[in-house]
Unconditional design. Structure first.
Length: 749
């Protein structure tokens, strides 16, 4: 049971995940009758009696000590421990729920009841509250996952039928998470920009409020909706980390409050400041989920916890191996034609590519960024006979077929816009500003949603497509729907929901269809979109050195099997840096390998090398895409660094050294999480020059040696060329401690 009632009143609950416990206690304020739903504990797993004791230790709101904090007439610090601090009563912090009824902007919630249920193998706790005066219901939902370490929480707010009040919601978070008391706190998050996404930032959590947000209608390049918090003492593989991530792909806001009198909480939800969502009688708003995950095994353990949860419970086909793909964008840009794409496809097939994706430029009169988004039929001059011939050719070469689309985009120069100017997001009396020469379709409209589903369905059916790269190149501006009057801010929610719906319905109609999310690079990667897609494009910057930094940021939350990674030309089109083919491959192999080069320009030697590297990737991809990832240290792209992946009996190590002449620095690379008693054989990537400490192919090593002493990768020699890399593969030998390594290593978080 992942849900345990801890007392007779049904007001104290332990939510158990595989390794953690989260205790919720509901207290009734004796003076006001108000219900306070409080987080009593979040940390290592506790048996029921200890969970009860943890709750008893935590002082309630009526305690004069206020949970041991400094209480004055100007503060009530316990609000930081509430699961959903509302705007109302004795609270002055950032509200997670703000509702106005007629002119009254405040809530006074009392307890209606608590319901514990089990469905789909997952337990769920629903805590029902209602306003003391107005017909407003608020239900807090929580689901602990017994086979991962995540807890999902979300909220329903309902305006009961029959009322005639004007109800308006101006803030509705999915939930607030309290981080247990510590002397100090540190946060870790990802920020960035276009072509520079997922840059890891870490720092001391300031006293006050720290907000990460997107106001763009998409997840955004500038921040990603997750945060990790530790007490300043966690490392990659040790220490406690509390993390929170929001499953939403539109605008969002995540605010961490560190109170001056102690106590830290993270609240997260959809929308951004300033939006207003009217709620007519009978209507309800259901938030996306916010997930929390506790790990006692540092940032690495936290990342692996998320990877595991995402693969098990979020991705639609999480256990599937992703194919090696080819994408035409960096090779041909908009100039896609059947003969040219088939020439590329023939070369790609000989390399071992399994999926051929035609990017932008195939539709309408799309010769550049200026036109045709919305006109989703084959480009008359480039594909006079349609795209069937091209994709039949692709399939005849033994590859699957994929196509780029941008369903939410519309060019003012398109037949669609000329016919339906009202289909875009827009406001009365305001300009329709263009960005990348385009506007955004209002997917909140059901006619727009149904139109998109219609043409996408036809396209996938007619061309027998296996894969869509779903792009979105334009943040929202002037985001309104004048016909909806006061309710037009709902577009910020419904647009995203309808994008999810179109994806879900397409997948239901075409069970074999796989989808890649892209938004001008890495602008739409989050736990929400991952329910509907298979992989995401992290950045338009494909330079391998820059990419290492971005991939490091992506790996904090997202598993390798969602991270698209292409090998592209050298010098790189974005940054002009030249790098060896092997390095480019080894960086891209850390995710879902793809090829994005003009293959016509590759020499026979390059093609041979690429063929061998693709074959090698196929040998290790199950381990990389589905194994447990260990970041073995070193700042990726800046100094010697390495990644280790572990699955069943196979260990894969990717080793990087961006700058050749680095005389100081690590030489020994200690592996981790192996079975100390097992014997590991080097099956690939070993050197044979006999230098002690090097791994000769075929040599065998004790797990304890590889962990205590380590290996000396060739790429880490102090003097050599820039951009050296190794791929090392080890396997437990059948004779030594058979099976032992598998079982033991599985137990390691
Ligand atoms: C975006 C994507 C690119 C490519 C172009 C096509 O920028 O991130 O990968 O698909 O659009 O216009």
């Amino acid at each position: 049971m992942s849900l345990v009632s801890l007392d007779q009143t049904g007001r104290l609950w332990a939510l158990n995940t595989r390794d953690s416990t989260y205790v919720i206690g509901i207290e009734i304020d004796q003076a006001t009758g108000e219900a306070l739903v409080l987080q009593k504990y979040w940390g290592p797993i506790l048996p029921p009696q200890a969970a009860r004791e943890a709750a008893a230790m935590s002082a309630g709101p009526d305690s004069p000590s206020g949970a041991g904090r400094h209480v004055t007439s100007f503060s009530r610090p316990v609000e930081v421990e509430e699961l959903l601090p509302v705007d109302g009563g004795l609270r002055w912090g950032l509200p997670a729920l703000q509702v106005a009824v007629d002119q009254v902007r405040s809530l006074e919630l009392r307890l209606v009841g608590v319901d514990a249920a089990s469905g789909d193998g997952v337990d769920q706790l629903d805590i029902a509250l209602e306003d003391r005066t107005f017909p407003i219901d608020v239900v807090l939902h929580a689901r602990p996952y017994a086979d991962s370490n995540a807890i999902a929480r979300w909220v329903t707010v309902r305006h009961r039928a029959g009322g005639d009040a004007a109800v308006e919601v101006s803030r509705l978070d999915s939930g607030s998470w309290f981080i247990p008391d510590a002397e100090d706190y540190r946060y870790r998050a990802a920020s960035g920009a276009w072509a520079e996404e997922s840059q890891l930032q870490q720092g001391r959590l300031p006293v006050g409020e720290l907000t990460f947000t997107s106001r763009q209608g998409i997840t955004g390049h500038h921040a990603n909706p997750w945060i990790m918090i530790d007490a300043g003492d966690a490392g990659e593989e040790h220490g406690e980390v509390w993390s929170v991530a929001l499953a939403w792909s539109g605008s969002w806001r995540m605010t961490t409050t560190r109170r001056p009198e102690g106590g830290t909480a993270v609240t997260a939800g959809f929308g951004h400041d300033g939006l207003r969502w009217p709620l007519p009688a009978g209507a309800e708003l259901v938030t996306p989920a916010v997930l929390g995950l506790y790990s006692a095994h540092g940032f690495g353990g936290t990342s692996r916890g998320w990877h595991d949860h995402i693969r098990r419970h979020i991705l639609p086909a999480g256990d599937e191996d992703r194919p090696v793909l080819y994408n035409s964008w960096e090779a041909t840009g908009f100039a896609v034609t059947e003969p040219e794409q088939l020439r590329l496809a023939r070369r790609a097939a000989t390399l071992g590519v399994e999926l051929f994706v035609v990017d932008d430029g195939w539709f309408g009169r799309r010769d550049d960024e200026h036109s045709s988004l919305g006109d989703w039929w084959p480009h008359g001059e480039r594909f006079p006979d349609g795209l069937q011939g091209l994709f039949e050719g692709v399939r005849a070469l033994g590859m699957k077929a994929g196509l780029w689309v941008e369903p939410e985009g519309v060019s003012p120069d398109s037949d669609l816009y000329r016919a339906h100017p009202d289909w875009t997001l827009h406001l009365d009396h305001r300009r329709r500003d263009r960005k990348r020469h385009q506007l955004v379709l209002n997917f909140a409209r059901t006619d727009v949603r149904d139109w998109a589903l219609g043409w996408l369905d036809r396209l996938v059916t007619d061309l027998r497509l296996d894969y869509l790269k779903w792009d979105m190149n334009r943040p929202f501006t002037q985001a309104g729907w004048p016909g909806q009057g006061q309710g037009q801010d709902h577009v910020w929610i419904d647009h995203t929901r309808h994008v999810y719906q179109v994806m879900a319905r397409l997948r239901a109609r075409h069970p074999g269809l796989r989808i890649e999310s892209c938004a001008g690079g890495g602008g739409r990667l989050d736990l929400g979109i991952l329910h509907h897609i298979d992989q995401a494009w992290p950045s338009d910057n494909t330079d391998p050195v820059d990419r290492q930094t971005a991939q490091h940021g992506v790996s904090q939350l997202y598993p390798a099997n969602v991270m698209s990674a292409w090998v592209t030309d050298s010098p790189n089109a974005n940054v002009g840096r030249s790098t060896p083919l092997r390095y480019r491959f080894h960086v891209a192999m850390a995710g879902v390998l793809g090829i994005g080069v003009d293959l016509a320009r590759w020499s026979a030697a390059e093609l041979d090398e690429a063929r061998a590297l693709i074959a090698q990737y196929k040998m290790v991809r199950r381990t990389i895409q589905h194994g447990r990832q260990y970041r073995l240290g070193g700042r990726p792209g800046v100094e010697r660094s390495a990644l280790q992946y572990l699955l069943d009996d196979q260990v894969v190590v990717l080793v990087y050294h961006p700058y050749g002449n680095a005389k100081s620095g690590r030489r020994w690379l200690r592996l981790t999480a192996l079975d100390p008693d097992a014997c590991y054989e080097v099956v690939a990537g070993g050197d044979t020059d006999g230098v002690p400490g090097r791994l000769a192919a075929g040599s065998r090593w004790q797990g304890r040696t590889l962990m205590a002493v380590g290996i000396r990768p060739t790429a880490w020699e102090p003097i050599g060329a820039d951009h050296r890399s190794d791929l090392i593969v080890l396997r437990t030998t059948a004779g030594s401690a058979p099976g032992n390594a598998v079982i033991r290593s599985r137990g390691v978080p």
